[in-house]
Design a protein around this ligand. Structure first.
Ligand code: ADP
Ligand code: MG
Length: 571
């Protein structure tokens, strides 16, 4: 009952489903706007999030890499210092003592004792001549008399002057390195001083790096053989299971995937004057653990903002579109109404003219036919009197019928002054029903009244409202079969309107008929109908400030509903 307040033509249109403002058009528009707005808002968000992600990851990586690089740099320095000290000590002894002093075992033993006291890590000390013979030896092994000419390190020291060996397992299966120094006197005599170092100190330097759990550090030589024990890649002299990344003397960091498929940051640097590189390994997952949680948070924020934006865009667009649709519909309704009333007024004028023109000849026909009948009646010997009498009666009946039509055309056309008086609509309804009761009774049609007792009186025009009721009731009566039912209702609709409805269980209307029923001269009743009833009704109801609505279904019936204003309106 609520939608009744919008334009009646519209309601009919909606009821019978021929909508020109197709919903598909609005859906398309909605889709377009939503995708455009989503695109415009999401693209900057997406690029910002991407940039942020990338930058943050880079910063994180840099922040992880810098300490690792510094750590390796520092430890490398400790190694270099350690080895340089030891090498200078050996070098010093080689040059501070004469060949004779060094070749004397007791002397060498004494020097070795002093050296051990000053420098930790030395295991033994020995003198070797240019021919490679061990001349004297201080230490735990019995190496005296050995010859080293065949050994590669011997050639290296001859050639380079100092030499630090790779780690090897000595006779006691402890890892060692050898430091050898060649000394040449001014007279051209050369000898080689060779000391063995325990690599325990290497492990100490590495553990002093203070590695986090999961991280690893070790020394490895150029051939990839571990020189100290690694937590993850094996014992001393095992082969490193992956290739060492390119390494220089400056500590640098690279990403590498090890043999187990784990991603690591690797910092490495060569230790000066040796074959060793110091390597520190930090697994990426531990390094990035904070980053991963941050990333998850970021993802969450990103996804929820995308959803939020999308929802907001969708809501706003839907709202806009439905407003647009509403206003479009209102506009269409107004246009239809205007068209309709314009048509009514021009047809009205035409009808008035035609009715007027026809009334005169009709009067003449009526008069002449009457005259003919009188003349005939005056002459008792008139031949075929009965036959003529019937024809004249037919003429007079038709004239009557024509008069009825012209009369209605005139009343349709007349812009009658509205005489407003406050009256009870129920009374008018009962009065109007009185005109039809005889026919209803004759055809056994039930006229059922469901009238509201508390119906307020309204200011309206008695004659016009009666005509409205009469037109609607006449149509209902024409629609129902003999024995049908018509229900007449009245009720208090709202603060502003009262409602009256006439429901019949008659033939109903097709979509086409319902669409056209308010058009002047539209009728489905052939010569029995004028097609003016509903257009007159429509005009009156509008003039009185009311609304009219039709609900109908073919072969089931029709309900005509009128809303009439409680307060009088202008015009
Ligand atoms: P008329 O009654 O002279 O045909 P109207 O303007 O009163 O003209 O009605 C127009 C048309 O609307 C009718 O011819 C009929 O087809 C249809 N109509 C109106 N009211 C009803 C109704 N209650 N049941 C079925 N059809 C109706
Ligand atoms: Mg009618």
């Amino acid at each position: 009952m609520k939608s009744i307040l919008s334009a009646p033509i519209n309601i009919i249109k909606a009821d019978i489903g021929t909508d020109i403002n197709s919903p598909r058009r609005y859906n398309l528009l909605r889709r377009k706007i939503v995708s455009l707005m989503a695109l415009v808002t999401l693209i900057p968000l997406l690029s910002l999030a991407g940039l942020n992600y990338y930058e943050h990851q880079n910063t994180m990586a840099a922040e992880i890499q810098a300490p690792l690089r510094a750590l390796v740099g520092k430890a490398k320095h400790s190694f270099e210092l350690f080895l340089a000290e030891r090498t200078s000590a050996v070098s010093f002894i080689a040059s501070a003592y004469s060949f004779d002093e060094l070749s004397d075992d007791a002397n060498l033993q004494r020097i070795f004792q002093v050296m051990r006291r000053e420098f930790t890590g030395f295991v033994d000390l020995g003198l070797i001549d240019v021919a490679g013979n061990q001349l004297s030896y201080a230490g735990p092994y019995d190496l005296k008399g050995r010859n080293y000419t065949e050994q590669p390190w011997f050639h290296q020291v001859q050639f380079k002057g100092t030499y630090v060996s790779d780690v090897f397992l000595g006779f006691r299966k402890f890892p060692h390195v050898v430091i050898a120094v060649r000394h040449t006197t001014e007279s051209g005599r050369s000898w080689i001083l060779r000391a063995t170092l325990d690599t325990m100190h290497f492990d100490r330097i590495i553990s002093a790096m203070g590695l986090e759990p999961g991280s690893d550090a070790f020394l490895v030589n150029r051939s990839g053989i571990l020189q100290t024990e690694s937590r993850r890649y094996g014992k001393v002299l095992d082969i490193l299971p992956f290739d060492l990344p390119s390494t220089g003397f400056e500590s640098n960091v690279q990403s590498i995937r090890d043999q187990k498929g784990q991603d690591n940051f690797i910092a490495s640097a060569f230790i000066a004057n040796t074959d060793f590189a110091l390597v520190a390994v930090k697994p990426k997952p531990t390094a990035f653990s904070t980053w991963y949680t941050v990333r998850l948070d970021l993802l969450f924020i990103f996804v929820s903002s995308v959803i939020l934006i999308f929802l907001a865009v969708y809501r706003v667009t839907s709202l806009l579109i439905s407003r647009l649709q509403e206003s479009d519909e209102q506009r269409m309704g107004a246009i239809h109404q205007m068209e309709h009333s314009q048509k009514l007024s021009s047809i009205g004028r035409l009808a008035a003219g035609v009715a007027h023109e026809i009334n005169n000849p009709l009067a003449i026909i009526n008069e002449k036919a009457g005259l003919m009948r009188d003349i005939m009646n005056l002459r008792p010997d008139f031949p075929d009197k009965d036959k003529f009498g019937r024809q004249i009666e037919a003429i007079l009946r038709s004239v009557d019928r024509c008069r009825g039509i012209t009369h209605r055309m005139l009343s349709f056309a007349k812009r009658m002054d509205v005489k407003i008086e406050v009256l009870d609509v129920n009374t008018v309804l009962v009065e109007t029903l009185g005109f039809l009761e005889r026919e209803a009774q004759y055809r056994n049609v039930e006229l059922k009244r469901e009238l509201a007792h508390n119906l307020p009186q309204i200011p309206t025009d008695h004659g016009q409202i009666q005509q409205v009721f009469l037109n609607i009731l006449n149509n209902a009566l024409a629609a129902v079969p003999d024995g049908g039912q018509i229900v007449i209702r009245s009720w208090d609709e709202s603060e502003d309107f009262i409602g009256v409805s006439v429901q019949d269980n008659g033939c109903g209307m097709s979509e086409e008929t319902a669409k056209n029923m308010f058009e002047p001269f539209f009728t489905t009743k052939k010569e029995k109908g004028t097609g003016l009833g509903m257009s007159i009704t429509y005009g009156i109801v509008k003039r009185l400030g009311g609304e009219i609505q039709v609900k109908t279904k073919l072969n089931e019936g029709t309900t005509m509903t009128i809303l009439l204003p409680k307060r009088s309106v202008e015009g």
